[in-house]
Write a protein that binds this ligand. Structure first.
Ligand SMILES: Nc1nc2c(ncn2[C@@H]2O[C@H](COP(=O)(O)O)[C@@H](O)[C@H]2O)c(=O)[nH]1
Ligand SMILES: [Mn+2]
Length: 576
């Protein structure tokens, strides 16, 4: 073989890389040469394994080099650890798209190279993926990135949704006034938040909560016992004041100065048991017609319903502390001896739905029309523009909800290219949008665009109020895979945050508004797990304003207001 020009990179930290020329005489087995270069150029102490980037094949024998060594390949050098990235599990699968279009909607927000590699690996090696959108909060996950949405034809990939199936955020109004939560008053409110840990009520009552018009969705006594609990980690429930809102813009949304509760939680143990069940065998991706795909979707849907019911119950428990006189919230209290009747459940659920402003899932899979159609509300405008251009009218506005997202003519006439990416509409007119840490732009329950969605920064930075935007420029949401950023996204790993921030803030109390902050600033934090205080510190996250500005610049969202956190609840040690 002639000399080859390759890139070598650290497998564990793929942003550390260097070019390398392999002389012709070494191409049949260049391992020693590469290990030598890895020590000097990548500063790896003991390199012992080499993987082919983007595919994950280990290059261990002469035959491997013959098969895979090419100009411009990336070789990932490992100190013994397994390949970091998506393995090409399906080999020469006809459904993989090595040229799959990818778009990262980030300019101001920093996106590291490992998450870019993870996005590319997923998009170009998993079968059926036709479009990948990295949101500005993109950051690395274990194998797949967080802050990303993938559209796939025919294929379901549980690993692209992760273990916290159905995790999401919901905003609820409260009757508190801003005077009751601002400044030092926040401390009193924080004191009221008790009895929120541990198992909520009896098994029968939990099962009654897990029932709606469509039926039961209990996941069994063990996983149901976590119902109504936040789950620490990255989850939280937060009391916020709406500081600014363009009320005419957000329609049903929030009002200035009102106090709201933002709940972030998911399906607790159940989602991860589902993921494990479907990914511990040989295959981790399933073609839609297979039994596994159908079973996974059934379990996924149950986990999403459970997660939503969980957010509602968390809100009920919080409201029972915040508005103690309200009989409908009584059920939220953990009083074991009280037997509640069906009417109490109905009353609590109905009152709660009046308070719920929005609820979104940011870890899920959804089957949607692809290419997307313009939202119903945009059709008159398009019709007018097309009439004035003397072009054919788009289809008439449909009469029922179900059909309006599917006008007779596919919008593929409008959509085939954007930016410099070519999108093949594919053999079907729908895709599965997989989201891991990406907010949906449409409400799956109504097929209408969400009026507003939350973009939380951290416990001490604003939560921005976003409104999804659709335009021909973005091919009605194709560019962003019908998704937006779901938060600021981590700027450092948990381990790094713990080691560096515990040093930086040594001796400081991070649970109270920082000294010197003006009245009206700062958050009272309830977090009785010491490590979590640092792992979840605001410095561990990207700048939420940069994330939102990127979305605005890409033409996929508007910022219509913001909320300030006053009390942020992570976890309380009730025994203290
Ligand atoms: N308002 C708050 N926002 C927070 C807090 N902790 C994290 N965050 C933000 O939420 C998202 C959640 O992301 P996920 O991947 O864990 O679902 C994260 O990106 C942060 O920007 C908090 O305590 N309060
Ligand atoms: Mn989440």
């Amino acid at each position: 073989m002639p000399a080859m020009r390759v890139t070598i990179a650290s497998n564990a930290n793929q942003s550390i890389r260097a070019p390398l020329v392999i002389p012709a005489k070494n191409t049949s087995d260049p391992r020693n040469l590469i290990f030598h270069a890895a020590k000097s150029k990548l500063r790896l102490k003991k390199p012992i394994r080499i993987f082919l980037g983007g595919a994950g094949h280990e290059l261990a024998f002469e035959a491997d080099w013959k098969l895979h060594l090419r100009n411009d390949v990336t070789l990932l050098i490992s100190a013994g650890e397994e390949y970091v990235g998506v393995r090409e599990v399906h080999g020469e699968n006809d459904d993989t798209h090595p040229e799959c279009p990818m778009y990262i909607l980030a300019d101001k927000a920093y996106v590291d190279s490992l998450s870019r590699v993870q996005l590319e690996n997923a998009a170009r090696t998993l079968p059926g993926i036709v479009h990948a959108a990295g949101q500005p909060d993109l950051h690395p996950g274990t194998k797949f990135p967080i802050g990303a949405a993938f559209a796939s034809y025919k294929w379901i990939h549980p690993l692209l949704i992760g273990g916290d199936i159905g995790c999401g955020m919901a905003w609820y109004r409260t009757k508190l006034s801003r005077e009751q939560v601002d400044g030092d008053k926040g401390k009193r409110v924080a004191e009221r938040l008790r009895g929120l840990e541990g198992v909520w009520r009896s098994r029968a009552e939990r099962e009654a909560w897990l029932e709606d018009d469509v039926g039961h969705f209990s996941t069994g006594p063990v996983s149901d016992s976590a119902l109504g609990t936040i789950g620490a980690g990255n989850h939280f429930a937060e009391i916020q004041v709406v500081e600014e809102t363009a009320s005419s813009e957000d329609g049903l949304g929030l009002k200035e100065n009102e106090v709201v509760l933002l709940v972030h939680s998911g399906s607790r143990g159940y989602g991860s048991s589902v993921l494990k069940r479907f990914t511990s065998g040989k295959y981790t991706s399933f073609e839609e017609s297979t039994y596994q795909a159908k079973e996974y979707l059934r379990e996924h849907n149950k986990a999403c319903r459970w997660a939503k019911a969980n957010r509602d119950l968390i809100a009920l428990r919080f409201l029972s502390c915040l508005e103690p006189g309200e009989p409908a919230w009584d059920l939220g209290r953990n009083v074991h001896e009280t037997v509640h009747l069906e009417k109490d459940f109905l009353s609590a659920k109905s009152k709660l739905s009046e308070r719920r402003v929005v609820d979104i899932c940011h870890n899920n899979v959804e089957r949607v029309k692809w290419p997307p159609n313009p939202p119903y509300s945009d059709l008159p405008r398009i019709r007018e523009a097309q009439t004035s251009n003397n072009t054919a009218l788009p289809p008439k506005a449909p009469t029922d909800l179900d059909s309006f997202l599917v006008p007779e003519a596919s919008s593929s006439s409008i959509i085939s290219e954007f930016r410099n990416l070519r999108i093949e509409p594919g053999p079907q007119d729908y895709v599965y949008i997989h989201r891991k840490g990406a907010a949906p732009t449409y409400n799956p329950a109504t097929n209408n665009p969400f009026t507003i969605i939350p973009l939380p920064g951290s416990r001490a930075t604003p939560t921005l109020i976003l409104k999804p935007v659709f335009s021909e420029e973005t091919n009605w949401g194709m560019l962003n895979a019908l998704s937006l950023a779901h938060g600021a996204g981590r700027s450092m790993s948990r381990a790094k945050a713990l080691s560096s921030l515990s040093q930086k803030y040594k001796g400081q109390n991070l649970l109270e508004p920082s000294k010197g902050s003006r009245n009206g600033e700062g958050t009272w934090v309830i977090c009785d797990e010491k490590d979590l205080v640092y792992e979840e510190a605001p410095d561990a996250y990207k700048d939420v304003h940069a994330v939102a500005e990127d979305l605005v610049q890409e033409g996929v969202a508007k910022i219509v207001g913001w909320c300030r956190a006053r009390v942020s609840y992570k976890v309380r040690n009730e025994g203290r």
